[in-house]
Design a protein around this ligand. Structure first.
Ligand code: GLN
Length: 403
């Protein structure tokens, strides 16, 4: 829909970077309109994970005699901001921006072995970010280490008159101490995050990380986020409903693509949208319009908003009980080969992969994915830290200690 479209102004985050003297290297590939968890549904084709070409992974595949040629077993990056994660992982840039509505910065960061940080909702301006779900979208930051993420956050954070949801209070610098200390911190492990689909390797690194905190004097406790199991469906209803409304602006008149049909305005709208959107986007528009129908609105949209409040309150309760930060997996497993990812029901898989990340967006909290180790296959695994709203600096401090 927006192929070849050149926006007439810069997003606030882009302008802030330019004002500080940053050099912009280019735009990165992603799933169309940031809908997806694989970076396999973009108009420029799928994004390849640079780790596909690591020696260890290549040798492992050979040993296991998968019988494919060199080019058929490359890995997905995760998504939707997979191009940004790949660019940072491949050392082509210092940092990259992504967008994070349900995990799109943290998920590819975990799969590409980089840091993926989603700031608190309202800390960084969304002006100029193409909306997916306005009430959940946050510009994300991808870097190779936590200190770099703090530097970029310092450049981006703060009130923007063009985004009324940004905080009014002046922001303090986000510099992190050289040696952080986790003694006496309280780390919560949400028991509902022990998902049956979680790979045994991720599970084992998760518990090793918890032990590490404990051995350094932190208190590690099991906590409960009881509404977690509703998170994926709740996100789906809210996301598609906002998508249905947001995508209405792409009508072939103002932005990007317009079809050749000119028998009537309606026919032009329909053909433009059929040609301009992929099936993921069209599917979400249809679902969202279904949930917003007069007879469904109360039962779906309003109910999902209530459930969202319950999900957000779970976090509030846990933090009010004295927990400083939550430690969770970022994804169910390491990155999978593209051919595997598209084989099974891609959409279902995508939705499941967001289980650890979406609730954070519904609650507006800051969260960061940090690379923890390499799997047996020689591929990166990430763990996620979730912090209290607007305690982004404390969150990054703990993540820095851990990395
Ligand atoms: N995977 C989620 C979705 O497809 C999240 C996307 C995102 O954070 N941009 O909606």
């Amino acid at each position: 829909m927006l192929k070849g479209y050149v926006p007439p102004y810069n997003a606030t985050v882009v302008q802030k970077l330019l004002d500080k003297g940053a050099v912009l290297m280019g735009k990165t590939n992603l799933d169309e309109f940031a809908m997806g968890s694989g970076s396999t549904d973009g108009v420029f084709g799928p994004v390849k994970n640079p780790w596909s070409y690591s020696k260890q992974y290549r040798e492992k595949r050979k040993q296991e005699a998968h019988g494919e040629n060199e080019d058929s077993n490359w890995l997905i990056t995760g998504g939707s901001s997979g191009g940004s994660a790949a660019a940072v992982a491949a050392f082509t840039c210092f940092a990259a921006l992504g967008s994070d509505t349900g995990g799109s910065t943290r998920n590819p960061a975990a799969h590409c072995g980089v840091v993926g940080f989603k700031p608190s909702y309202g800390l960084v301006s969304r002006h100029g970010l193409i909306p997916l779900v306005n009430s959940m979208d946050v510009p994300g930051i991808l870097t190779r280490c936590v200190d770099d993420a703090a530097i970029v956050l310092g450049m981006l954070a703060g009130h923007d008159p063009k985004d009324s949801t940004t905080i009014q209070d002046p922001v303090k610098p986000f510099t992190l101490p050289t040696f952080a200390d986790v003694n006496k911190l309280c780390i919560g492990i949400p028991k509902e995050y022990l998902a049956p689909e979680l790979s045994s390797e991720v599970r084992s690194f998760w518990s090793k990380a918890a032990n590490l905190f404990e051995s350094e004097g932190a208190k590690v406790i099991e906590v409960s986020l009881p509404h977690t199991s509703y998170s994926i469906v709740c996100y789906h209803v809210l996301c598609t409903s906002e998508v249905a409304s947001n995508m209405a602006r792409f009508d072939g008149l103002e932005y990007g693509h317009r079809c050749d049909i000119n028998v009537s305005t309606e026919a032009m709208y329909a053909a433009t949208r059929r040609e301009g959107f992929n099936d993921v986007v069209r599917g979400r528009i249809l679902s969202g319009n279904f949930f917003l129908l007069k007879e469904n609105y109360e039962n779906y949209f309003i109910k999902a908003q209530k459930v969202r409040r319950l999900i957000a309150n779970d976090f509030v309760n846990v933090f009010n009980s004295g927990v400083d930060v939550l430690l969770t997996p970022t994804t169910l497993s390491e990155a999978v080969p593209y051919l595997e990812f598209i084989k099974e029901d891609n959409r279902t898989r995508s939705a499941q992969d967001d289980i650890f990340t979406q609730a954070v967006n519904m609650a507006g909290l800051p969260a960061v994915s940090v690379p923890v180790a390499l799997s047996n296959q020689g591929l990166p695994i990430g763990l996620q830290f979730i912090g209290r709203a607007f305690c982004d600096q404390q969150l990054l401090k703990i993540a820095k200690w851990f990395e």
